[in-house]
Write a protein that binds this ligand. Structure first.
Ligand code: FRU
Length: 468
């Protein structure tokens, strides 16, 4: 019976990918070097890892969008973070304990196996608010010998294994190896009384997990913390979370939900990204020891549109970003491999304008004079900086409902803009601050107009990343 459900779901995914793939590929907003779902909906990056030299990027995937938001995991692999191969949807909600969605989670290699951990979402029938009752939030584990085929689905934790303070919103396991040689799992939680927190578990064998405690901020900080991640960067322990329910301020927390990090020993929450479209990032350490972050270039429940052409797909991931610790902050910068996608250098005209014919470019501006200036991207997107303030605003329909985002920053010296058809990633001062935003031009070609003085400006056309 179960085997049958699995096969039908797998076939339905494949059939949908085949039937809708060409319409999706033809959409003018489809990007060239960002990872998207082959069809349907994408949200969080999941299971990021490098296992036996191969990079794995899984993602929350709703192939039947817009009719149905049932979540599976989609899967890309890569040898170099530039050429990606789509491997299908290896994690499907085909058992009682995950029947309403294979939600977010992680991957970790141990011995000759790759282990996946994720949340099996179950919605019980009946009268429920699905916060205090009616929801099963199981931790599920699968394993693989080759990193492609996953089997042996097991339920590792259920609601009964969570402390009594929790509502039934507990999810998004991230497992990592501690300095003590043990494995640790962190889960995001919504406590009764609406406080966000993380739960910590410990295991020796990746099968039996023992509850060790919870952690939250002293002051209230949202009602739910999603997608936690714990890692060490340059000797500093970092907790990354995506809290929901934090009140917006003029210069902070401007999106409906946030994502950011705490460095151990401090209660300061620094947002990862100040743009309109960023949420639920995850990190992993690769074989070279780089800590690499990938985020979802989208936000749940946003009041602006990310699918204006309704061509059967929605959202993308950010490019992989290497993390660097610098004076209490974490800088993010596109992994070096992306530079292999640079093609000819383009020269701005005397008015500071340059045209990206296919909508893809890498713009590097070094040593901005006086720290002030503005850049107009397309017809209505404006980045302005000066006086320790940066704003990104949309003044026409290319924002599809996006308005303005403001940030306090140190004087702007360097800027890098990755432009990819319908997404912008703007890195300020070597990645001290990042703005990620979608942009929807009527044509692929996009003009960038720079109104600033700088020592050096280098603009490259970017080639598409190969996605098989
Ligand atoms: C974050 C999130 C996760 C959950 C997943 C479901 O965007 O809500 O907490 O596991 O998305 O798709």
């Amino acid at each position: 019976m179960m085997e049958q459900k699995k096969n039908t779901l797998r076939e339905r995914v494949r059939e949908t990918e085949q039937r809708c793939g060409s319409q999706v590929m033809a959409d003018r907003h489809r990007m060239e070097y960002h990872l998207m779902a082959p069809v349907g909906w994408l949200n969080d990056p999941n299971g990021l890892c490098q296992f036996r030299d191969t990079y794995h990027v899984f993602f929350q995937y709703a192939p039947f969008y817009p009719n149905d938001y049932l979540k599976c995991w989609g899967h890309y692999t890569s040898e170099d973070l530039v050429h990606f191969r789509y491997q299908g949807a290896p994690v499907l909600p085909d058992r009682e304990f995950d029947r309403d969605g294979a939600y977010s989670g992680c991957a970790i290699g141990l011995g000759d196996r790759l282990y996946l951990f994720y949340t099996g979402n179950v919605k019980e029938e009946g009268e429920h608010d699905y916060v205090l009752s009616g929801r099963g939030a199981n931790v599920i584990r699968m394993t693989s010998l080759d990193g492609i085929h996953f089997e042996d689905k097991r339920c590792i934790l259920t609601n009964e294994d969570y402390p009594a303070e929790c509502t039934c919103h507990v999810r998004d396991p991230k497992v990592y190896k501690g300095k003590d040689g043990a494995y640790h799992m962190v889960l995001g939680a919504r406590l009764r009384g609406d406080r966000g927190a993380i739960l910590l578990y410990r295991s020796q064998d990746l099968e039996h997990f023992i509850y060790e405690g919870m952690h939250m901020t002293e002051k209230d900080f949202g009602y739910m913390w999603e997608c936690p991640d714990i890692f060490t960067l340059d000797g500093h322990r970092v907790l990354s979370v995506s809290p929901q329910g934090v009140a917006s301020e003029r210069y902070r927390y401007q999106n409906i939900y946030q994502s950011g990090y705490f460095v151990e020993g401090s209660e300061t929450f620094t947002e990862w990204d100040m743009g309109f479209d960023f949420y639920a990032p995850q990190t992993f350490a690769d074989a070279e020891g780089r800590q690499i972050l990938i985020g979802w270039a989208g936000v749940p429940d946003a009041e602006y549109d990310s699918d204006p052409t309704q061509a059967g797909w929605n959202h993308s991931l950010t490019v992989p970003r290497e993390l660097f610790y610098r004076e209490g902050r974490i800088c993010q910068y596109p992994v070096q491999e992306l530079e292999t996608l640079r093609r000819e250098r383009l020269m701005p005209d005397e008015k500071g304008c340059v045209m990206l014919e296919q909508g893809c470019g890498d713009v590097l501006i070094h040593s901005v004079k006086e720290g002030t200036g503005s850049i107009c991207i397309g017809t209505g997107c404006v980045l302005e900086f000066g006086q320790n303030e940066i704003t990104l605003s949309f003044q026409d329909e290319t924002g599809a409902g996006r308005g303005i985002r403001r940030a306090k920053s140190s004087p702007v010296q360097d800027l890098r803009i990755l432009m990819d058809v319908s997404i912008l990633e703007i890195y300020i001062n070597g990645g001290e601050m990042v703005f990620t935003s979608r942009i929807f031009m009527p044509e692929k070609a996009v003009q960038i107009q720079m109104d600033l003085k700088a020592e050096d400006i280098a603009i490259y056309r970017m080639e598409g990343m190969v996605k098989e």
